[in-house]
Design a protein around this ligand. Structure first.
Ligand code: 6PG
Length: 250
């Protein structure tokens, strides 16, 4: 399989190993003089990682240099059980000590179209730019079992060619309104990490990574323009990949 030069695939045995990798990255990146901008995904996987990060040593991370954003948000109030921000915020502030002023949620309770404009302007002021696009230092993505990423679902692939930075979509099964970063903005990140766990996603990981099959999944369009793409997989999600293309994360 011909991987593009800027794509790497790593596996990890436990979520605790992943948390250690994450703290190492955060410590290194925040040791410099500039702020570190990160876009977070929602769903279950980040919550498992946040739980593991509670047991890590954050003393070498300069949390005041972090600027946290979201890749997407469900159009619900922050105290709703579906809220990506609502599920993450106590980890970020109470356990990791990240100041609230460094955290920029999408206002899921707002009118979606108004929030797309507001969040786009916020990103415009907070991030450095390249080719006219704001650049995240790191965008952390998950992947759904239908190959969606962020809230870019099958049928929303045009968001990878959008000139905009944020958009509204609907979750296909529930119709739930979503706010999402566009694929074109995601592809301008310096680093994109696709964190995927579980055997239920192994076949779609195989299809996308090995470029097999004809189905074009939104996640297969994650191709950073100048940045790097790292697939971070647990051993179950990587179980259908040839071992020779996988690096061990630790
Ligand atoms: C969301 C996410 C979404 C998520 C995938 C994987 O708001 O739900 O941004 O893209 O990353 O659906 O979710 P799990 O981690 O729960 O499998």
């Amino acid at each position: 399989m011909q991987k593009s030069m800027n794509t790497r695939i790593k596996t990890f045995r436990t979520i605790e190993e992943l948390a250690t990798l994450c703290i190492k990255w955060l410590s290194e990146k925040t040791s410099g003089s500039r702020n570190v901008t990160i876009a977070l995904s929602g769903g279950r996987t980040p919550l498992a990682m946040f739980e593991a990060l509670k047991n890590e040593d954050w003393s070498k991370v300069d949390v005041n240099k972090l600027r946290l954003f979201w890749v997407d948000e469900r159009c619900v109030p922050p105290d709703h059980s579906d809220s990506n921000y609502g599920n993450a915020i106590s980890f970020l502030t109470e356990f990791f000590g990240i100041p609230a002023a460094c955290i920029f949620r999408m206002h899921g309770e707002n009118d979606p179209l108004n929030e797309v404009e507001r969040y786009g302007q916020l990103i415009n002021t907070q991030l450095d730019k390249e080719d006219g696009f704001p650049v995240f230092d790191l965008t952390y993505l998950g992947m759904g079992e239908d190959g969606h990423t962020a809230s870019i679902f099958p049928g929303n692939e045009d968001l990878f060619d959008s000139k905009k930075w944020c958009a509204t979509t609907n979750q296909p099964q529930s119709g739930q309104h979503r706010i999402t970063l566009t694929g074109s903005l995601i592809n301008h990140s310096k680093e994109v990490v696709l964190l995927v766990t579980g055997v239920s996603k192994a076949s779609i990981v195989q299809e996308v990574v090995l470029k097999k099959g004809t189905q074009k999944y939104p996640v297969s369009l994650v191709k950073p323009t100048n940045g790097s793409l790292l697939w971070l997989l647990d051993e179950a999600a990587a179980s259908l990949l040839p071992p020779d293309i996988i690096e061990k994360a630790i």
